[in-house]
Write a protein that binds this ligand. Structure first.
Ligand code: NAG
Ligand code: NAG
Length: 327
């Protein structure tokens, strides 16, 4: 009788507490993988809360879903040395990886990351990563944010990345990427994606297919791109930022049309010729820089154009009128 009472009481307590307890208990496989990751980084202080005798859903730098599966791994602004462990790919429920601004995260981006098909956020910014961008990352079709900027990545940009149909932002800037911008980049599923390719060693012209795109922000600055940039400027476009500064563009700017949404326009340090179109007076520009080109003629009067100082217009062939000296 006593045993039965105890049994009933146990059952009652079990039903009362266990579901909550279970939902907070980290999956054993995921915990094992996290401890492997910690070991591969040499058990750094930044992961001190990752202790085997505690529930890994309570650890810092990770987040569990209601089933105790790890869905997020975020380690940033700290001392961490080593390569991105391929074991990360054994956390199949991961939706977010953010490893940014770490003291010594080096080596290449593991191909194995392409197994993490639930990922919607991948940021490996501001590290010392080398090697090329694995083309297989195009399998991560749920990604909305992809940032590998400020590393030392080399090789060409994989055209397959245009299969990332849900991307809102692609940051490949501040690396050592070479070759041309892939033609396929005119075919992203999200036409209003923001694209950051600045400070690389990209050559060639802007793909004609960019006419299909309506980049919110596009930054191609500090490369070796040539030809013209007409395709970025359509009057029915929705772009806010267009930065093509510090390249080798050489074309007649007079024929440019402008999206009315444009607030930031930087074309400085190219070999752009022609004059500034009068339509520029209709733009609500917060930044304008056309300096160091081969522009000529009078700066149109009106709108924001006289609100910038001469440094926005300096060093052209024969540009004149306020804020530069009269023609
Ligand atoms: C963690 O604890 C489990 C169970 O006590 C044990 O089997 C395992 O070897 C431990 N792992 C590590 C990395 O210490
Ligand atoms: C325009 O660019 C030139 C060259 O990089 C720079 O010296 C100048 O300060 C810039 N002016 C503005 C307003 O951005």
């Amino acid at each position: 009788m006593k045993t039965l009472h105890f049994f009933c009481l146990s059952l009652f307590l079990f039903s009362l507490y266990t579901p909550i307890a279970l939902s907070r208990t980290c999956n054993a496989d995921d915990k094992k993988v996290l401890l492997q990751i910690k070991a591969s980084f040499g058990n750094p202080y930044i992961l001190a809360s990752w202790q085997n005798d505690t529930d890994c859903c309570d650890w810092y730098n990770v987040e569990c879903d209601s089933n105790g599966r790890i869905i997020s791994l975020t380690i940033f602004d700290g001392t961490l040395s080593g390569e991105i462990p391929a074991e990360i790919a054994n956390l199949p429920y991961l939706q977010m990886i953010d490893l940014n601004t770490l003291s010594d995260l080096h080596g290449s981006i593991p191909d194995a990351l392409s197994k993490l098909t639930n990922l919607n956020f991948l940021r490996l910014k501001q590290n010392k990563l080398t090697g090329s961008i694995p083309p297989s990352l195009s399998k991560l079709t749920k990604l909305t944010f992809f940032d590998v900027s400020h590393n030392q990545l080399t090789g060409t940009i994989p055209g397959s990345l245009s299969n990332l149909g849900n991307l809102n932002a692609l940051h490949l800037d501040n690396n050592e990427l070479s070759g041309a911008i892939p033609d396929s980049f005119g075919n992203f599923g999200n036409k209003q994606l923001s694209l950051y390719l600045s400070n690389n060693q990209l050559v060639g012209s802007i793909p004609a297919g960019f006419a299909n795109m309506h980049f919110d922000d596009i930054d191609l600055s500090h490369n070796k791109l040539s030809g013209n940039a007409y395709v970025l400027f359509s009057s029915d476009g929705t772009s806010q930022t267009i930065d093509i500064s510090y390249n080798m563009f050489s074309y007649d700017f007079s024929k440019t049309t402008f999206p009315s949404s444009l607030t930031y326009l930087d074309i400085n340090h190219n070999s752009i010729t022609g004059s500034l179109p009068a339509a520029m007076t209709g733009l609500n520009l917060q930044l304008l820089n056309v300096s160091y080109n081969r522009l000529c003629g009078q700066i149109p009067v009106g709108g924001k154009l006289q609100s910038f100082d001469s440094s926005s217009y300096d060093h052209n062939k024969c540009l004149c009128g306020s804020p530069l000296p009269a023609c």
